[in-house]
Design a protein around this ligand. Structure first.
Ligand code: NIG
Ligand code: FE
Length: 408
């Protein structure tokens, strides 16, 4: 049995209750064995049998469930620093996309990369994320946009899932944008996604979810529906990049198809909010992208008041969100979206697990759940997210094993 005592605050983040209910225990202890949490509670209530076990002291620090990054585009070739400067000078994300930049530019660099290149680079990103306390990452394809490269990206994720400790949730995003060679014939590309890519992914069991980008420069709501329903028929849970730059009915589509989540939502309409609440779709906020694109924040308060759970993720990608710093996203969720620190934390733990279909497996600390947690060098959640630092995490444990520890 492993016992951690001296925990100043233990935020269990059990799913029940509202967005801000993180079910914290003060002066707590945690015991785990065989990769699974065996006991959790106030230190003075610890059973006699555990009191005698060898233990470690958390020094009054904060312990939280391992963070779940519910939205990333982890594997890609190249970067796009030149576009960063163009946007600062005044060009919009949509202007750059119309000129063949944006996603199409990363597509070219990704097609030129080998599977080994993609695995090696993404493994480096995951190692950094692990140090920040991240223990599960949703990873999208979507920079290949042809059968060969979309499969290469998903195979890279499969290799990463067994080569390193962070849990990987692979998502197929063939409908990210229409690649240049199909611009004259959108139908041909949709048929490729539906009739060739989805069946090939199903045959190899390469993805758990299927995402579409519903936007002016990408896919219409009707096109998105076709792709998501084909994915659903192949066992892939739907997700939507919705209402990011314009209000295009993405949230309504997510609700209609029973999606796991609708993500971005900076431009969501009142109708979209009502539809998500009604259908039980989780919202995923991506405040790093909001910040980089200089947008108005997603209306988190309105969503929460309507009863929609709000996850917080990075959207790590080379264009709109070139950072995988999930704690930064949490602080931005507080300052830009007016979420409290506890609401933001629940959004990156149990609500994030729900957004990727892993509720019941990770995202909360409960007896019987996997011992995925991290130790944060702060006494409580408010202090942690208020005093932003390069890294406040000092130890990350996945399935009971210390996967990273500061100074070791
Ligand atoms: O989530 N919105 C679409 N996709 C990404 C951006 C991708 C890119 O710019 O390369 C996003 O923000
Ligand atoms: Fe995204």
């Amino acid at each position: 049995m492993n016992v951690l005592r001296g925990i100043g605050t233990l935020a269990t983040c059990r799913a029940e209750g509202g967005q801000g209910a993180i079910h914290a225990i003060h002066d707590a202890a945690l015991a785990w064995d065989g990769g699974v949490v065996r006991w959790i509670g106030a230190a003075d209530a610890m059973p006699e049998a555990l009191k005698g076990a060898p233990s470690e002291d958390a020094g009054g620090r904060l312990v939280i469930p391992g963070l779940v990054d519910a939205h990333t585009h982890l594997a890609f070739g190249g970067w796009r620093a030149a576009e960063f400067e163009r946007r600062i000078r005044g060009d919009s994300y949509l202007d750059i996309a119309r000129d063949g930049g944006g996603i199409a530019s990363t597509m070219r660099a990704t097609r030129a990369a080998t599977e080994d290149d993609l695995v090696e680079r993404a493994a480096g990103f995951l190692a950094d994320m692990l140090r920040l306390g991240v223990t599960a990452v949703e990873c999208k394809s979507g920079y290949g946009l042809d059968l060969r490269t979309e499969l290469t990206l998903l195979r890279a994720y499969r290799r990463l899932a067994s080569a390193q400790p962070v849990r990987i949730i692979p998502t197929f995003l063939g409908a990210h944008t229409i690649p240049p060679e199909h611009r004259a014939d959108r139908r041909r590309y949709l048929d490729l996604v539906i009739d060739e890519m989805i069946p090939a992914i199903r045959a190899e069991g390469l993805a758990r979810c299927c995402d579409v980008f519903v936007e002016e420069t990408a896919f219409s709501r009707d096109e998105g529906r076709e792709v998501l329903l084909a994915g659903k028929a192949a066992g892939l849970a739907p997700k939507v990049h919705a209402d990011q730059l314009t209000s295009s009915g993405g949230a309504e589509l997510a609700s209609e198809v029973g999606a796991l989540s609708a993500d971005h939502l900076e431009c969501i309409s009142e109708r979209g909010i009502a539809a998500m609440a009604e259908a039980g779709v989780t919202a995923v906020s991506l405040p790093i992208a909001t910040l980089y694109l200089g947008q108005r924040a997603m209306p988190a308060r309105k969503l929460i008041e309507a009863g929609v759970p709000v996850a917080v993720a990075t959207d790590f990608n080379p264009g709109s969100a070139p950072s995988y710093h999930l704690p930064l996203a949490l602080t931005l969720a507080c300052t830009l979206q007016r979420m409290t620190p506890s609401e933001a934390l629940k959004g990156a733990t149990s609500i994030a697990a729900r957004a990727v279909g892993l509720e019941g497996e990770c995202g909360s600390l409960e007896v019987g759940r996997s011992a995925d947690f991290c130790v944060i060098d702060a006494p409580d959640v408010n202090t942690w997210l208020y005093h932003f630092r390069a890294n406040a995490c000092v130890r990350t444990v996945i399935a009971g094993e210390t996967a990273w520890e500061a100074g070791r």
